[in-house]
Design a protein around this ligand. Structure first.
Ligand SMILES: [Zn+2]
Length: 507
C-alpha cells in the first residue's frame, strides 16, 4: 500500500474530526461571533425611500429643482419581487435588502424551511459582529417593517411589541423614530437595563450622549412634513445625530440604515403634496450623507427604494397641466384635511383653506360619497385623488406596484451597483464590500468534504467565507454541498454561516 496515501488519510481524518468538533462545540448566537474586517468598507449608510419610484423623484424635482440624488454617480434598477409574487410589501422587500433572502410578504427576516420558521441574519447583525456600531433611523414607528428587518426576526410584521423587544435585545446603538406606543413599560425597563438612554424630544435628542440611545419622537409615526409643528423631530436632524453618536462609538466604523418611511404612506393616500414633501426631506438626508462620505473616504452610501407605491404618473391626458406652484402651495396632508371634514368641516372650505383649490360640485359629491364608506381610508383617498388630478398627476392605485425601483451609490465599490439587479444581489454586494472590500478572486475545486470548506482545499480560510457569501447565501441547504456550508445546521445558508467560516479562518 502506498505510504503517502496512508499519511494523507490520517491527516484527512484529523481534519474532519477538528472540523466536526468545531461545528458542534460552537455556540451559534450571532452576538458570540467576532470577525475582523479584511480591508472592507468602514462605514455603510443605506438610505431607503419607502415606496419611492422614479416618478416620485421626478415630481419632487419638478417642484424643487436639482436634487442631491442626482449627484449619486452610479445608478441601477432594483427588481423587487418577493416569494408572494411580483408585488412585494416592505417586510419582504426589506428582508431581501437586509438578508439576501427572498421571503413571503409580511415576514420580518424569517423564511420558511419545510414549514418551519427560520431566522435569517441581517447586514446589521453581520456589521455588529465585525465590530461596527449600528443604527436605525426612520420617520415611521421604529418597529415598522423596514427598520424591523435589520434587527429582529418575527413571522408577521404586525408583531410590533415583539419587534420592539428584539430591537432592544439586539442592542442596536442608535434607534430613532416614532412608535412610543409599541414600547411597554417592561420593554422600556429592559432598555434601561441594557444601558439605553431613552429620549422623547428634540432637547433629549440634542443632549443624548450614550453608547445606546433609543429616541421615540411620536406615539405612532412621526407626522408628515406638512403637518409638523416646530417641536416635531425630523429625519435630517435624527440622521445627523445618529452619525455623530455612531462615529465615536467604534473605531471600526458604523452601519446605519435611514428610512424616509412616509413617502409610501403619502403615495398610498395618493397625497401628492406629501409625496413631494417627504421625498424632499429624504433627499436632504441623501445630501448630508453624500457630503459626509466625500469627507470620510471609506464610507459607502446606498440610496434605494424597497418598492414603488401608487403607480404614480406625472402628467395626465386631460384636465389640468402639471403645476408645481399649486403643489408647493398645499399646506397639510390629505389625512389632516380628511380629519377636519370628518369632524364637521365643510369640504369646499377645508380644501380651499389648505390648498387654495376650488372644488367642483362633482368633486364635493365624490367626497360626500367617500364619507359614507366603511373603509376608514376612503375619505382621505378621495381627497388625494381629487387634488392629484387638479395639479396634473395621477396614481393608478392606492397599493404597491411591481415596477423596478432606482438604486444609487457613492463610495468605495459604488460601481458594483449598476444594471438590473434584485434586492438580494444588492444585499450580498453590500456584505461583500463590508467584509472583503469586493473583487476578491475565487479559485475553487467545488465544495470539499470538511464543513465550511467551500473551495475544496482542505482548509478553512477567508476564500471559503467569500465563496459562501457570493455563491450560496440566500439558499435553502438541500444538497450535500450546501449542507456542508450551513455551519449552524439551521437549514439555510445566510450571513451567520459566512461569519462562522470567517471566525474559524481567523482563529
Ligand atoms: Zn406601503
Amino acid at each position: 500500500m502506498n505510504k503517502k496515501i496512508g499519511i494523507l488519510g490520517v491527516l484527512f481524518t484529523i481534519f474532519i474530526l477538528i472540523a466536526f468538533q468545531a461545528s458542534v462545540a460552537k455556540n451559534y448566537a450571532m452576538e458570540d461571533i467576532t470577525i475582523k474586517s479584511n480591508g472592507g468598507v468602514k462605514n455603510v449608510i443605506i438610505l431607503i425611500g419607502d415606496g419611492m419610484g422614479l416618478a416620485h423623484i421626478e415630481i419632487t424635482k419638478i417642484c424643487y429643482g436639482h436634487l442631491n440624488m442626482e449627484d449619486m454617480p452610479y445608478t441601477g434598477y432594483e427588481l423587487t419581487d418577493s416569494l408572494s409574487g411580483p408585488v412585494t410589501d416592505s417586510a419582504a422587500a426589506g428582508t431581501a435588502i437586509a438578508t439576501g433572502f427572498k421571503t413571503y410578504n409580511g415576514m420580518i427576516s424569517t423564511v420558511k424551511v419545510n414549514d418551519k420558521l427560520v431566522n435569517v441574519t441581517s447586514l446589521l447583525e453581520l456589521a455588529k459582529c465585525s465590530g461596527k456600531a449600528t443604527g436605525l433611523v426612520t420617520t415611521t414607528r421604529i418597529t415598522h417593517a423596514t427598520p424591523a428587518v435589520f434587527a429582529s426576526h418575527v413571522e408577521k410584521r404586525s408583531m410590533e411589541e415583539e419587534i420592539a423587544r428584539q430591537l432592544i435585545e439586539e442592542k442596536v446603538n442608535v434607534l430613532f423614530g416614532g412608535g412610543k406606543e409599541k414600547f411597554s413599560d417592561d420593554i422600556l425597563k429592559l432598555a434601561k437595563k441594557n444601558g439605553y438612554e431613552v429620549v422623547y424630544t428634540r432637547e433629549g435628542l440634542e443632549s443624548a450622549n450614550g453608547k445606546y440611545v433609543l429616541g421615540l419622537f411620536a406615539d405612532s409615526h412621526i407626522p408628515y412634513v406638512l403637518d409638523r409643528d416646530n417641536k416635531t423631530v425630523g429625519l435630517l436632524e435624527m440622521t445627523k445625530k445618529a452619525i455623530e453618536l455612531l462615529e465615536k462609538d467604534s473605531d471600526k466604523g458604523f452601519f446605519l440604515m435611514v428610512e424616509g418611511g412616509r413617502i409610501d404612506h403619502a403615495a398610498h393616500g395618493n397625497d401628492i403634496a406629501s409625496v413631494v414633501a417627504e421625498t424632499k426631506e429624504f433627499d436632504e438626508v441623501v445630501g448630508y450623507c453624500l457630503d459626509y462620505a466625500r469627507k470620510n473616504k471609506n464610507t459607502l452610501v446606498i440610496v434605494l427604494a424597497d418598492h414603488e407605491t401608487g403607480g404614480l404618473g406625472v402628467g395626465i391626458d386631460y384636465g389640468d397641466p402639471i403645476d408645481e406652484k399649486e403643489i408647493l402651495n398645499i399646506k397639510a396632508s390629505t389625512e389632516t384635511m380628511a380629519k377636519e371634514i370628518e369632524n364637521g368641516g365643510d369640504p369646499k372650505e377645508v380644501i380651499k383653506k389648505y390648498t387654495g383649490l376650488d372644488l367642483t360640485d362633482e368633486e364635493v359629491k365624490k367626497i360626500e360619497d367617500a364619507m359614507k364608506s366603511d373603509n376608514k381610508y376612503a375619505l382621505g383617498n378621495a381627497i388625494g385623488e381629487i387634488i392629484s388630478e387638479k395639479v396634473g398627476v395621477r396614481f393608478v392605485s392606492h397599493k404597491h406596484t411591481g415596477v423596478p425601483v432606482p438604486i444609487m451609490a457613492y463610495g468605495p465599490g459604488a460601481e458594483h451597483f449598476r444594471g438590473f439587479r434584485h434586492h438580494v444581489d444588492t444585499s450580498k454586494e453590500i456584505a461583500d464590500l463590508m467584509l472583503f472590500g469586493g473583487d476578491r478572486m475565487i479559485i475553487t475545486n467545488g465544495v470539499g468534504v470538511i464543513k465550511g470548506d467551500a473551495n475544496g482545499n482542505y482548509r478553512i480560510d477567508l476564500d471559503d467565507a467569500y465563496i459562501t457569501l457570493n455563491q450560496y447565501v440566500g439558499k435553502i441547504a438541500t444538497n450535500d454541498d450546501e449542507k456542508r456550508l450551513d455551519m449552524d445546521n439551521n437549514g439555510i445558508i445566510d450571513y451567520k454561516d459566512v461569519a462562522l467560516i470567517m471566525e474559524m479562518a481567523e482563529s
